[in-house]
Design a protein around this ligand. Structure first.
Ligand SMILES: *[C@@H]1O[C@H](CO)[C@@H](O)[C@H](O)[C@H]1NC(C)=O
Length: 227
């Protein structure tokens, strides 16, 4: 019973924060007795996690210029699970799964590191991926999620530096740094790219928005940083 009422209190809190267009967030620790699960309860906790999920959502809507409900993906509830699993985290079907081993092994500021992972996974929850038509390359989808993490100032020190990497769609921090370069060429570029991906995906979106093919932009980017 205590569990149920605490759970309801979470839903209530977030409904209030979001006003009428409420997104509900739930957190379930399914590894409550493993070292990582215990560390989650002691050093992060359900309330902190829900607050961060809500902040990440608001950050996404602002960064990706989704000012009205009609601009946004219709997601009434996002459920996070701390799972007894290897790997860091993944998102699917409006669920986020975070690995207990990852939480156990965080070095340095646990909240800062965890926030960065959550911002990436929350971006997956809200971003468009073109799958209504032609799905975007996985590397671009991961790069956009890491671009959000970068813009929220949660880029970890082990990320590649600007100009590093082998191809524009390599994914993660390589693509995030490249997208950041493109975004400097045209303020709001990544937001506009994401908007186009609501319908489908085409490499030609880079030409439409920046006037050059993506391969040319990648060469320009490498040249700028002397790589
Ligand atoms: C979590 O938030 C709820 C609702 O605001 C509050 O009642 C509860 O005391 C909080 N729990 C902790 C551990 O802070």
């Amino acid at each position: 019973m205590a569990c149920l009422s605490i759970f309801l209190a979470f839903l209530l809190t977030l409904t209030t924060l979001n006003g009428i267009n409420a997104v509900e967030y739930t957190v379930t620790n399914r590894a409550p007795t493993t070292p990582g699960g215990i560390r989650f309860s002691n050093e992060l906790g359900d309330n902190y996690t829900i607050k961060t999920m809500d902040q990440a959502t608001i950050f996404f809507w602002r960064l990706f210029q989704q000012n009205t409900e009609a601009d946004r993906k219709d997601v009434p509830r996002v459920s996070l699970f701390v799972d007894d699993m290897e790997g860091i985290a993944y998102a699917s079907n409006n669920e986020i799964h975070v690995g207990d081993d990852y939480i156990e092994g965080i070095k340095g500021d646990i909240k800062w590191d965890f926030n960065g992972v959550l911002y990436h996974e929350m971006a997956h929850t809200w971003q468009w991926d073109g799958s209504a038509g032609t799905k975007a390359p996985v590397g671009l989808i991961e790069g956009i999620a890491d671009f959000m993490r970068l813009k929220a100032n949660y880029a970890p020190s082990q990320w590649v530096k600007p100009g590093e990497g082998d191809s524009w769609d390599q994914g993660y921090s390589v693509t995030a740094r490249f997208l950041d370069y493109c975004n400097d060429l045209r303020n709001g570029f990544v937001a506009e790219l994401n908007k186009k991906m609501r319908v489908t995906y085409n490499d030609n979106f880079f030409v439409e928005l920046l006037g050059k093919p993506v391969d040319q932009l990648w060469r320009d980017y490498k040249a700028k940083f002397g790589n």
